[in-house]
Design a protein around this ligand. Structure first.
Ligand SMILES: C[S@@+](CC[C@H](N)C(=O)[O-])C[C@H]1O[C@@H](n2cnc3c(N)ncnc32)[C@H](O)[C@@H]1O
Length: 308
């Protein structure tokens, strides 16, 4: 899907199909995270290099953690830290806890149910009033689900301890998994699907409570949040053809969602092509065709809270 890669549900906003049901997306979100593990581990190693020379990470927040795949990766990368999965969907937090237990990280991974932005209003301590402070705050594909992205970044920067790092994964490139010409329908289907998703994304953002337009210049936004040493890095998921079964299952789920999202926006020929791709029995389908690959770039923007 697009760089924004929607999966998802509901905080009561949205009509016209932009409302998201995160709990219903649990399995898909976890599969997404597992597929992205090489990228997440690379990002965590990069963050360890960024945080390490400045301070010892004792407490990490994963904001909009979903099922906690990255929360666990961060707990592994920062062996002395408590990693807290923060999310508005309790079912996903249960998954995060189960995952942590399974990986032997149960003593250092905790969860906090919080509906944002309200849940961020910190009293400064570790009480139920807020999320407490942290040495590293990670947030992937969650900030764009909140109406006022700059004010969320300001609040996230505000929970950082001096010298702490905020990292937001909000950029990159839409995933590519099919050649331009797949031998069915008009070539260039994937570019047209990207365009549909961009429009969906714009509608989704417009319908969020408190939706506020902002130029999505993430380094500038982090700077405006009072952070220094602002920068970015990009990690690439590169799974060549032939793809294994879990990756194909993930793409089938992805295409299924796209088919629902795009049916009004695509012409009849593209809808028929999608039906062929979704057919598990068809050798031209996503589960069986030999040419399916996965290329997907994730960009992480970082900034540091000044020590003084
Ligand atoms: C696209 S998923 C990203 C999950 C994970 N961080 C990842 O990168 O795969 C967005 C997550 O943000 C959470 N979320 C969205 N809006 C929220 C809100 N207003 N308050 C709390 N969590 C929210 C959802 O429940 C979901 O788990």
């Amino acid at each position: 899907m697009s760089a924004h890669n929607h999966s998802g549900h509901g905080h009561g906003h949205g009509h016209d199909g932009t409302e998201l049901d995160w709990e219903a997306m649990a399995t898909h979100l976890e599969a997404n995270g597992e597929l992205q593990l090489p990228v997440l581990r690379q990002a965590a190693a990069h963050l360890a290099e960024l945080v390490g020379p400045r301070k010892q990470a004792r407490r990490i927040l994963d904001i909009g953690s979903g099922p906690g795949v990255m929360t666990c990766v961060l707990a592994e990368a920062f062996a002395d830290a408590e990693a807290v999965a923060v999310d508005g969907a309790p079912g996903l937090l249960h998954r995060a806890l189960a995952r942590a237990e399974q990986l032997g990280l149960g003593d250092r991974v905790t969860v906090r149910h919080a509906e944002l932005p309200e849940g961020l209003n910190s009293s400064g301590g570790h009480g139920q009033d807020g999320l407490g402070t942290a040495d590293l705050v990670w947030s992937s594909k969650a900030v764009h689900h909140l109406g006022d992205q700059q004010s969320i970044l300001n609040a996230l920067a505000g929970v950082l301890r001096p010298g702490g790092v905020l990292a937001v994964a909000e950029g990159g490139l839409p995933m590519r998994f099919l050649p331009r010409d797949i031998g069915i329908g008009r070539p260039g289907l994937q570019a047209r699907l990207d365009a549909v998703q961009e429009d969906w994304f714009t509608d989704m953002r417009a319908e969020l409570p408190g939706s506020t337009a902002v130029v999505e210049d993430w380094p500038a936004m982090l700077t405006a949040a009072g952070l220094t040493d602002v920068g970015s890095f990009t990690a690439l998921l590169d799974l060549p053809a032939p793809l294994d079964a879990p990756a194909r299952d993930f793409l089938l789920a992805q295409l299924t969602r796209l088919r629902e999202m795009a049916s009004d926006a695509l012409d009849a020929e593209d809808c028929e092509t999608l039906d062929v791709l979704l057919d598990p029995e068809d050798t031209r389908g996503i589960l069986r065709r030999p040419d399916v690959f996965l290329l997907w770039a994730t960009t992480v923007f970082t900034g540091v809270r000044p020590a003084h």
